[in-house]
Design a binder for this molecule. Sequence first.
Ligand code: FES
Length: 312
Amino acid sequence: MTETMQVRVGAVEHLGRVLAFDLEPVEGVLPQWQAGAHVDLLLGDGLIRQYSLCGDPANRSCYRLAVLLDEASRGGSRAVHETVRPGALLQIGAPRNLFPLKATDDYSVLIGGGIGVTPLIAMAHELWDRGATFALHYVARDPVFAEVLRNTPFAQNVTVYDRGVAGSVRFDPAPVLRGQDAGGTHVYTCGPIALMDAVAEAAVAAGFEEGRIHREAFSALPIAGGSGFEVVAARCGVRVQVSPEESITAALARAGVKVQVSCEQGICGTCVVDLIEGEADHRDEYLTEDERGEQIALCCSRARSSLLVVDL
Ligand code: FES
């Protein structure tokens, strides 16, 4: 994980099941960030969750986060909703960006579903500040950010698809992308996997090259899959078979080796260990290319060789 810093909760707003709040510096100024970035929020007891920054990157006075209370919460969103109050002190990591805007004047189409619109709101701010042209399409059953977006200077660039309205039909990205100048446009999407897949499919059908289709990296790669392989935890002297359906951490847990995890999505680096032998199939978004030769994120990675030996 990156270095952490202490911040104070400023304004807090309830938007339906979403808690939106500002994080202000306790001292000094907050590090600069760019649209698409997220921060690690340390929630106590080793619980770390990643949330996209959804304010205006030009506003250096605070970070804005918005967290949906997820009924299937593994503890993260529930902890946020229970502990975030004005004035509370929190520990966060520095912003990291796995979903940046391209540095170009090309037209941008932003398509966000549900809470997945949050990084796209930041992108819309950044594009507006740059003077770039763009359209933001926001699809949700309960479009809680509609009012927020109506009050932005770029409100005329926003289309809201309220799927909670009786008689509403499934959002189809094809008409949005068809007819765009595929060679002069970038598409950014974030939200449910099905929506992102539909956007990518429609973009390819409209003539977009892969390099112009960008999706939020969280959970983008399947954690299981492929064929099974063996893992040896060298220091523990444990050897386990990892089936195609399970993660390395799950297989090791079966054999009594507990690996510390947090995000379980390859984002935070908590589960990273040294790789002693074998070739990893890296599925994380944490390690750099250089680190990938020597380390592995056990929560999400697979193997290209039949055996991996890790320093555990
Ligand atoms: Fe976060 Fe593996 S637990 S990268």
